[in-house]
Design a protein around this ligand. Structure first.
Ligand SMILES: Nc1ncnc2c1ncn2[C@@H]1O[C@H](COP(=O)(O)OP(=O)(O)OP(=O)(O)O)[C@@H](O)[C@H]1O
Ligand SMILES: [Mg+2]
Length: 374
């Protein structure tokens, strides 16, 4: 903390006053107190980060998910721009958050913005901010997200939706680490790690000149591709179980049990809405309040059967909701499965069912197997 030099003469000749010593002891004590306080608050912050990481942990044991975890750890080790690609609901935002909270920026802010959700003329002021009086109506200066995320991470979701004029400015920030605030002549330095995500085929957007090629190359340094759920089916039940436990705990209830048949339905479904859809289905299942969840509860939760429409629409094919249009393969499968069940329930034997359906018995058995009908 401090030292004093002793005068060569006798002790009377010290050039310091006793108060110098006392003050410096006080200062030392105060410094130590502040250090401890800082340590405590850092510990609290890292505790929070650990809680967040636990809350946002990535569930899955498939090879794809294991590789994904490695990629996240690698990205967390540096500041490179990452482009996360994947269909809706595959976990893009979750991956971005995991990268941030595992990186050395973990105690700083993770700021997310959906580039598709803002009107074109607002996105620039949202990202880069403006000075007071920059334009009529700019009564206060506004911090842009790049300033807010300074030292942290900015997650640009649905980057392909960003208007071209904002793309130009974004490119400049990425290249120069400086933002151009509206109404300000000098630039503002920022240190922000950028993670972007898209569910679009961004190369196509580049070809169609809706996305700047130079920005594309800048963003596409490291890209992480997220697989649709139907291509890693071994994760389906793990995820379902995870969400069941999580939501049951939130609701203060016991986790219900999924029957074998219910699991089978979940496993075979195509999951066009991926993990998000699975999460919603589990929530719907829990709202039934049942302790034992069987095939029909799952089918209802999937929207195949509506309790009141079940009799009218035995195919479970939805002609009412244009948002729920499914691949033909899935619709055919559902139809077949229901129809096979119906015929089997009314035939005396498998042989008769095959005859009624006009199928050779080996074909009939093969199709039953494909449909998961034992
Ligand atoms: N592997 C996983 N483990 C646990 N939860 C997951 C996993 N993948 C996704 N989720 C959860 O699924 C939901 C959807 O994920 P997220 O919002 O990250 O997807 P997205 O790709 O950003 O979707 P969108 O394109 O619709 O914005 C979130 O609640 C997320 O926590
Ligand atoms: Mg998202």
């Amino acid at each position: 903390m401090w030292y004093c030099t002793k005068y060569p003469g006798d002790i009377e000749a010290y050039i310091y006053q006793p108060t110098d010593f006392i003050l410096s002891i006080f200062n030392a004590a105060e410094k130590r107190r502040l250090e401890l306080e800082q340590q405590r608050s850092n510990r609290k912050l890292s505790q929070n980060v650990e809680d967040i990481l636990r809350e946002k942990r990535i569930i899955g044991e498939s090879e794809v998910v294991q590789k994904l975890k490695q990629q996240i750890a690698m990205c967390a080790n540096n500041d490179a721009i990452v482009l996360i690609r994947g269909l809706s609901g595959t976990g893009k935002e979750l991956v971005a958050a995991n990268i941030h909270y595992q990186s050395r920026r973990r105690l700083e802010k993770f700021v997310a913005i959906n580039c598709g959700s803002l009107p074109q003329d607002l996105i620039e002021s949202e990202l880069f901010g403006f000075e007071k009086g920059a334009f009529t109506g700019a009564q206060e200066r506004k911090k842009g997200l790049f300033e807010i995320a300074d030292n942290g991470t900015l997650f640009l979701d649905e980057i392909a939706e960003m208007p071209l004029s904002a793309q130009v400015k974004l490119l400049r920030v990425i290249q120069e680490g400086e933002i151009d605030k509206i109404g300000r002549t000098e630039k503002v330095k920022v240190n922000v790690r950028v993670i972007a995500a898209t569910n679009k085929h961004i190369e196509e957007e580049v070809r169609a000149k809706r996305f700047r090629e130079d920005l594309y190359y800048r963003l596409n340094v490291v890209s992480i591709w997220l697989q649709p759920l139907r291509e890693r089916r071994q994760d389906i039940l793990l995820l379902a179980q995870h969400f069941m436990q999580k939501f049951s705990a939130d609701m203060g209830r016991e986790t219900p049990h999924l029957s074998e048949a219910a699991r089978e339905v979940l496993l075979r479904y195509e999951w066009p809405g991926n993990v998000r859809e699975l999460q919603n289905v589990v929530q719907r299942l829990l709202f039934t309040g049942e302790r034992e969840l069987g095939r029909s509860e799952v089918e209802i939760a999937l929207g195949w059967l509506h309790r009141d429409r079940a009799a009218k629409d035995p195919n479970g094919i939805d002609f009412t909701n244009p948002d729920k249009i499914l691949p033909l393969r899935e619709v055919e499968k559902r139809f077949r499965e229901k129809y096979f069940r119906f015929v089997r329930d009314h035939a005396g034997s498998d042989a008769e069912a095959a005859r009624l359906l006009g199928l050779a018995p080996p074909n009939y058995h093969r199709m039953c197997k494909e449909l998961g009908l034992k």
